[in-house]
Design a protein around this ligand. Structure first.
Ligand code: FNR
Length: 185
């Protein structure tokens, strides 16, 4: 595989999102080794299975080609009340339907996330892993990406700071190797 294309899905819709900043830092860190496409999920309606029978209303169908064009998916999730944000569950559900037309099956994935608290989004990530099993996405087991947010995680230019550089480089290198191993594209 030449340079793989990785879809990045950030669970936060906030303009100030620390998880989006983390994602942008990771994309910069690995820009020589992979191409990163951030998938916009903020405009999606709340998924309703009635959409499956509405051929003229296809907000979820419209973004399926973006996912299909990628060899891997990096999920970056905040923790909301010990789980994943509803916006993230919404895109996972919406793109898993209509039945039999899920976009997710077989695409290698990794999970990472940040929070200022000591738990560093760990419980949200565990909930997300549960969903990804159901969606049949081969998900990298280790290293786990529990990133405690601090002002020094990124430098002034948005690059991954010195303290986390080695860990996050290793995380991303292992993910790209995981994609190489598991991607069918
Ligand atoms: C949070 N936050 C939070 N943090 C945490 O570690 N565990 C939690 O259960 C929660 N719960 C929670 C619920 C809701 C509704 C909000 C808005 C926030 C704090 C959260 O980690 C913090 O706001 C992060 O900055 C959110 O990530 P983004 O949106 O900045 O990427």
């Amino acid at each position: 595989m030449s340079k793989p294309k990785i879809a990045v899905i950030v669970g936060s819709l906030s303009k100030q999102s620390i998880n989006r900043k983390l994602g942008e830092g990771l994309a910069k860190l690995m820009q020589d080794q992979a191409e990163f496409e951030f998938i916009d999920i903020g405009h999606l309606p709340l998924y309703n299975r009635d959409f499956d029978n509405m051929p003229d209303f296809k907000p979820f169908e419209d973004i399926k080609p973006q996912i299909r064009g990628c060899q891997g998916v990096l999920f970056i999730t905040p923790e909301y009340n010990r789980s994943i944000p509803s916006a993230l569950k919404n895109v996972l559900d919406g793109l898993s339907r209509p039945y039999g037309k899920s976009v997710w099956a077989g695409i290698p994935a990794a999970v990472i996330g940040s929070s200022p608290g000591g738990a560093a989004s760990a419980m949200a990530q565990q909930h997300l892993r549960n969903v990804l099993v159901s969606l049949d996405m081969p998900t990298m087991a280790q290293p786990e990406g529990f990133v405690r947010w601090s002002d020094t995680l990124l430098d002034a230019d948005g690059n991954i700071g010195a303290a986390s550089h080695d860990f996050l480089s290793k995380f991303m290198s292992k993910f790209l190797a995981w994609v190489q191993l598991n991607s069918k594209k």
